[in-house]
Structures are given as C-alpha cells and as structure tokens.
Write a protein that binds this ligand. Structure first.
Ligand SMILES: *Cc1c(COP(=O)(O)O)cnc(C)c1O
Length: 638
C-alpha cells in the first residue's frame, strides 16, 4: 500500500490493515485511533488499547491473550440462526444442532462458556480422544445435547461412551475405522447397553485448503464402501441395525472454497441414502467441520480465506441434503455440524509489546571522510552523493558489487573495524536512497521490491510464535496483525516482527496486502516512542493456537483474561495467569527445590573460598527465586 499521502485518517488505517475486511462487525477503529471490539447485544464497544493499559495496571502482563466470550455467544447464535433460516426457507423437515469440537480450544472457561451460550439450541460437544470425552461428560449438562465420539478408540473409550448413556447423556460413538465396530459390539454385549452408532464415511471429494488431508482415499478416518457394506451385515446379524443413527464425514478444516464443500455434502448425502437402501435407518447427517474464516479478507483468494458466508454454507448444506434425499425418497435427516474454528476464532486477540528495533535504513551519514579513508569507503561516499533516478539499474549493480567487496576485504584483513563501520553505514544509506529513487520508477520495478525487502526493519516483539501462533509457523497461516493504537497516524516504517525465541523461524513475516489481496513480507508500523509502549494485536487467534503451542526456548502460556461487558464498562470475568518459569521448568522435570538447593550449595562453597560475601549470596538466592516465580516473557520494570 502506498503510504505517501499528506492527510492520514483512521479510514486510511482501516483500509491499510484490512480491519474492514477481516474485522467484520466485531472490530473497528475509533476516532482516537485505537481498535475497538464491539460486544453483542449492545452497541457498546471496548477500546482495546485502553483495556490493555488498564489490565497492565492491575498486574496483568503482556504478551496477553484477551478473550471476549461475548463474541463466542454471537457466533453460536449466528451459525444456529443461519441453519434455521435455511431450514424454514426450504421447508426442510429435519432439525439442526451443532456440536463444538473440543480440540479447537479445550480451555475450561471457554468450554463452559460454549456450553452455556449453546443451551438455547442444544449445542453439544464433539470429542476426538478419551480425555476430551471425559471433559464432555463432566461439563455438558444441556438436556438432549449430543456428545459425538470421534477419533482413535480403545475399549475404555468405548465403554465410557456407552456407560454415559446411563447418565442420561446423548452419546453417539462414530465408527471411524472398521475395527472399532467389533469393539463397540463387544462392549455392548459386556455392559448390556445398546450402543448408538455413527458411521464415518471416507469421501472421495478432496477439500481445498491447508488442512485437506482429512479427505480422500488416504485419510486416517472413515469407512470405505466395502467396510460399510460389511458393517451393515454385522449390525443386522447382531440385531442392532437400528442402532446406526448417524452418518458422519469431515473433509478438513478452513475449507476455502464453497465448491469443495458442496461436492463433499453431495457425496456424503449419497452415502446416507444408500445406507437406507441397505436396510439401515440412520436419521442424522453430521457434516463435520470445515466452515472457514476470512483471515485475510481476500474473499477466498487464499487458503487463509473463504469465498462464502455462513448463510451460504448453511443454505448449501441444507438444500443439497434435501434434494438428494427427496430424489431417493428418503426422509430428511436431522443435521449436525461440528464447526469449531468458526465459533471461536474471533473471540481471542493476542496483544504484545514491541521491545526494540533493528533498522538498517539510513537517511543521512554521520561520518567525516578524508584521504585517510580507504578507497572503497570513498567510492561508496561518492556513489551516495551522485545517485540518480535515471541510472537506478546501474547503481544497483555497483552496489551489489561493493557489498561483496566490503565482506571480502574485511575477511582478508584489509578493512579495519572502523572502516567497515563506515562502509556499512554508507552501503545502507545508498540502498535507502536508491530505494526511494526506484519507487514508482518504471525502469526499476524489481529493484524496488528487492531493496524494499532488504531495507525492511525488524521489530523485536515480546511473544513467541511457537507458543502463541503455532499455525503461522507450522503451516504458514495468515493472521491479521495491526497496531491497536496510533491508527490516526501514518505508519512510516515497514517491519517484520521477530519473536523472543533464538530461532530464525521465530517471526511473523507474512501479512495481508490489502492492495493486491495477496501477501506482503512486512507490516506497516509506526516509529517507536520512548515514553509509550507500542502494542500490536494479532486477531482471530481463538481457534487451535493455544494447545498446539509449544515451549520453544521455554516460553510458556501467556496471561489470559476473559472480558465481558459489565454495567459500567468492561469486567474481567476470569484471569488465567500464564506459566511461571518454575511451571515451565517442571514440564521438563526440573524442580524448584532442587534448583534452589544447587544454588545454595554453590554459594556456600564460594563463601568458603572467599569469592562471595554472605550479603551477595543472600541477594543471589533472592533474585534466583524471584526468577523462578516470574513470567517467562520480558517483564516491565517496576
Ligand atoms: C477438527 C475437527 C472439526 C473442527 O473443524 P473446524 O474446521 O474447526 O470447524 C470437526 N470435526 C472433526 C471430526 C474434526 O476432527
């Protein structure tokens, strides 16, 4: 985006960072230039910047995950009403209910909130493992809500699921792999409980997007047509054919194209009607997850985007199932969907502070030059003074050669450290000036982009990509990033964001480019001020990131807060303190007491040797112990 206009307004910022696009109706920029979050059921907004400063005053630290349960409530209501709209518009005979897949965000407060907000629509839970089933059994108390059991299953998982029916839970065990049917039948005989069964079908239709491996012949889960036919026989022989209640499929997450969704629904619905043809009477189709989020606002032009709305999704699911069932004269099934990402992604914002900057661009030169300087330095100085717009190509090639020379002459011992410093500064000054000359210069398009990339600043940020945004590292997912304040000022720099880890992959260097709807390697940012923090927000971070995150360099969970709208502004509903150093160390089997003991022993022997005073020993232990109790991230000075 061209940032060379004289007037700069919050509207410019909204366009530059794409807030209008990915923020939908939840995020916007206020007159003061700060990002607002709009909470539902009122038009009241929360100023994210002021909120962060307020929280810091209460001792809550950055990096900070701010969750807005109100946004989850709104998403739960939205998806449910989209399906209900479609059902009434098309005269569909079945009902809709959702189940939330716990793996998308397993945090207890969040699961409790989802269950609470979903009561009105009987929202259930989907589990993909034994631990998740145990969570569902303890926390889902909505009468009639489904618990859908997916994932790899052993006898214990299946028996727990069957027994939960005795608790009055509406639990359906999905046969994800053919062998599980035998386990279910055995458990059912042993416990004398009639199972409630689903078949997961393996779809041929391959989803588009980054997470499409859940579909196709090679996918982990799902029954082949042959396995389904023999499964039906087994159920008939055991006189349990009526226990097959549900047909399930899930083609992947964040499906960017509605065309792939339609194809998979068509195929899945065909299996449903065919099972009826074989004498089974399933009454539910579970269409899995996959409903995506427009992370970059490009309306489907990238994998981090979608080319459809929630309502279009619901319309297609309902109308396709309807037409296929009508054609085969099979009753309309109830519909379950397992949307996770779409329910919770909006609800979390990651906020972190910028610690410093590594800037290479130079506007001016602070050195004096004389005939004592080396030839190379003087040549560079000469080049810098004589750069011309119509010879950008030639200058650029000269500069590349000089860059090589600087490195070689230094390595061979010809260039002193002082001369190297002058040469480096001049090199960057030339590159900066050349970049300006190449901008909007038809002869030098590629050179401009090369220089632009090289001259981009690095902003050092107080967070860990591996802990807080693992999908950005692992699969190159784009998240919207923007400063949460100063948006009425024109950003004057371009930066990549480096995290605290000592890993070259620990950075964010792929951002939304609202001009081209593609991506760019830098984020437009503001000059840092010495007396004010510079706070950046990563948005739509509520799905999948938290438990996928890892402890690279032993950076732990961040502080997290749940913010709701109180009578008088906002209220901090829950505060979940991030990991202390001690907690993170205990995950890798270090114990606080043993570490303190070792330091104590070490200081005792130094005291004996006379290299450490008793007072310093006491101080050392105090600092060490405080360090163990501290935050794993950089803390503000008191
Ligand atoms: C992960 C998963 C989901 C969630 O998918 P989203 O794209 O996040 O909605 C749903 N169902 C199953 C079986 C899953 O494994």
């Amino acid at each position: 985006m061209e940032i060379n206009q004289s007037e700069w307004t919050v509207e410019n910022s909204a366009a530059l960072y794409g807030v209008d696009l990915w923020g939908t109706e939840y995020f916007s920029i206020n007159k003061e230039g700060n990002i607002d979050v709009r909470l539902p059921t009122s038009n009241e907004k929360i100023d994210l910047y002021k909120l962060t400063l307020d929280l810091q005053e209460r001792g809550i630290r950055t990096p900070l995950l701010v969750r807005f349960p109100g946004l989850i409530r709104e998403r739960v209501q939205l998806i449910s009403s989209c399906f209900n709209n479609s059902i009434s518009e098309y005269g569909y005979k079945g009902k809709y209910t959702g189940v939330f897949p716990i793996k998308v965000n397993q945090q207890r407060h969040l699961v409790e909130e989802i269950v609470e907000f979903g009561k009105f629509s009987r929202l259930g839970l989907e589990c993909g493992s034994k631990p998740e089933l145990l969570v569902a059994l303890a926390y889902l108390d909505t009468p009639g809500a489904y618990i859908i059991c997916n994932g790899f299953k052993d006898q214990e998982y299946i028996e727990t699921a069957l027994l939960s029916q005795k608790l009055g839970r509406n639990t359906i065990v999905v046969v994800d792999r053919a062998v599980e049917l035998d386990l279910i039948l055995a458990a059912s005989r042993k416990l004398q409980i009639r199972p409630r069964i689903g078949f997961r079908v393996k779809l041929h239709a391959q989803a588009t997007g980054k997470w499409n491996e859940s579909s196709g012949a090679k996918s982990k889960f799902g029954l082949t047509p042959t396995e389904m036919v023999s499964g039906i026989r087994k159920l008939q022989e055991a006189d349990l054919i009526d226990t097959l209640e549900l047909v399930h499929f899930h083609v992947g997450s964040q499906i960017s194209s509605i065309q792939s969704i339609k194809l998979s629904i068509k195929e899945g619905a065909r299996y449903y009607t065919e099972l009826h043809g074989l004498g089974a009477k399933p009454s539910i189709i579970d269409v899995g997850g996959g409903l995506g989020i427009d992370y970059d606002g490009s309306s489907g032009k990238s994998d981090s985007s979608t080319n459809y709305s929630e309502q279009e999704y619901a319309n297609d699911v309902v109308s396709i199932i309807q037409s296929i069932c009508d054609e085969k004269k099979v009753p309309h099934p109830d519909i379950i969907s397992e949307s996770g990402r779409s329910l919770v992604a909006h609800s979390s914002v990651l906020i972190f502070d910028v610690l410093g900057i590594n800037d290479v661009s130079r506007k001016s030169i602070y050195h004096d030059f004389s005939d004592k300087d080396t030839r190379l330095v003087l040549d560079l100085y000469d080049l810098w003074q004589n750069l011309k717009r119509d010879s950008v190509n030639e200058h650029y090639n000269d500069l590349l050669e000089i860059k090589r020379d600087i490195q070689q002459l230094f390595a061979y011992g010809v260039l002193s450290l002082e001369q190297r410093a002058k040469a480096d500064d001049l090199y960057w000054a030339c590159a900066s000036k050349l970049c300006d000359l190449a901008r909007n210069n038809d002869e030098a398009g590629d050179i401009y982009w090369e220089l632009e990339k090289e001259l981009c600043d690095t902003y050092f940020c107080n967070f860990s990509v591996f802990q807080s945004l693992p999908d950005s590292w692992a699969v190159g997912q784009i998240f919207p990033v923007a400063p949460i304040h100063r948006l009425n000022e024109r950003p004057s720099r371009r930066a990549t964001l480096a995290d605290l880890t000592c890993d070259s992959d620990g950075k964010l260097d792929c951002f939304i480019d609202t001009d081209t709807e593609e991506t760019q390697k830098y984020l437009e940012v503001h000059e840092l001020k010495s007396d004010e923090p510079y706070l950046l927000g990563v948005f739509l971070a509520g799905a999948y990131q938290e438990t996928l995150g890892d402890l690279h360099n032993l950076f732990g969970d961040t502080d997290a807060v749940h913010i709701t709208l109180g009578n008088d502004g906002y209220a901090v509903e829950h505060f979940v303190q991030g990991d202390s150093v001690r907690e993170v160390l205990s995950y890798v089997q270090y114990s606080k007491s043993e570490m303190l003991e070792r330091i104590r022993k070490g200081s005792e022997s130094s005291i004996q040797k006379g290299t450490l005073s008793r007072a310093d020993a006491r101080l050392l232990l105090k600092v060490y112990e405080e360090g163990l109790d501290g935050y794993t991230y950089l803390e503000q000075e008191e």
